[in-house]
Design a protein around this ligand. Structure first.
Ligand code: NAD
Length: 230
């Protein structure tokens, strides 16, 4: 009887890849059957898995989607910084395969997404929102995928483009604040990531959840069972 989910890890030598591999070692429900990084062919590495987890670079997405389609495998995509065309490719691929695509896999940030949506509903146009994100200096994309998701949530609710301030300093794992400034009062919703394990745990949870699901693009809110906006 199959007891563990067979995972191919893409971007395995990176900060997130290594954190995921370390956590998976102690998790009997996860079996990392293949690992690949820059220069390795993704197609053969995905042949014998149940699901591929991608924390690499946006430039890998063509190869990742092609390999998953060829072998009929589920995908968990954590990589950020995709162009509109690359996001379109992910959406098209999700017409044929189950995919979890999330700019942030932590429980806390997904709560921040839901609370931001709710705050926007309460405040309407009376309070001016702003997003601030801080990350370590090695981070390649700006603004962060999480900040962009917060911007999309606010745009959907308020029909405005919300300014995003990106700060790159030290070894900060990730901080996001949504500020709602109104007459004589401000509300600040902040999430601070203490380590990369919060994203790695969420990605492994998503990998176990997605196997066997119907083809569709799922979010981490779906994995966590957070109800969609009304
Ligand atoms: P990193 O630079 O430490 O690691 C990326 C790894 O991917 C490197 O080892 C690199 O060699 C490899 N890589 C690059 N191009 C590749 C390709 N074409 N094929 C295979 N491997 C390739 O970065 P990181 O901090 O581990 O982050 C990786 C990605 O995950 C980034 O896009 C980052 O923004 C994102 N991220 C997402 C979440 C989330 O919760 N969704 C959390 C943290 C980071």
């Amino acid at each position: 009887m199959k007891t563990s989910v067979r995972v191919t890890l893409i971007g395995a030598r990176g900060r997130m890849g290594q954190t995921i591999a370390d956590l998976a070692k102690d998790d009997p429900k996860i079996d990392i059957v293949a690992q690949c990084d820059l220069g390795d062919a993704i197609d053969p590495a995905t042949k014998d898995c149940d699901v591929a987890i991608d924390f690499s670079n946006s430039s890998a997405i063509d190869e990742v989607c092609r390999a998953a389609l060829r072998h009929g495998k589920a995908l968990v995509i954590g990589t950020t910084g995709h162009s509109p065309e690359q996001r379109q490719l992910i959406e098209e691929t999700a017409g044929k395969l189950p995919i979890v695509f999330a700019s942030n896999f932590s429980v806390g940030v997904n709560a921040l997404f839901a609370l931001t949506r709710q705050a926007a509903e309460i405040f309407g146009s009376e309070f001016a929102p702003k997003i601030t994100e801080t990350h370590h200096k090695m981070k390649k994309d700006a603004p962060s995928g999480t900040a962009k998701t917060l911007g999309e949530i606010l745009k959907e609710g308020l029909k405005i483009e919300v300014p995003i301030e990106s700060i790159r300093e030290g070894d900060v794992v990730g901080e996001h604040t949504v500020t709602f400034a109104g007459p004589d009062e401000r509300l600040e919703l902040t999430h601070r990531a203490g380590s990369r394990e919060i994203f790695a745990r969420g990605a492994l949870r998503a990998a176990q959840w997605i196997v066997g699901k119907p083809a569709r693009l799922y979010s981490m809110q779906d994995v966590l069972g957070i109800p969609p906006a009304k």
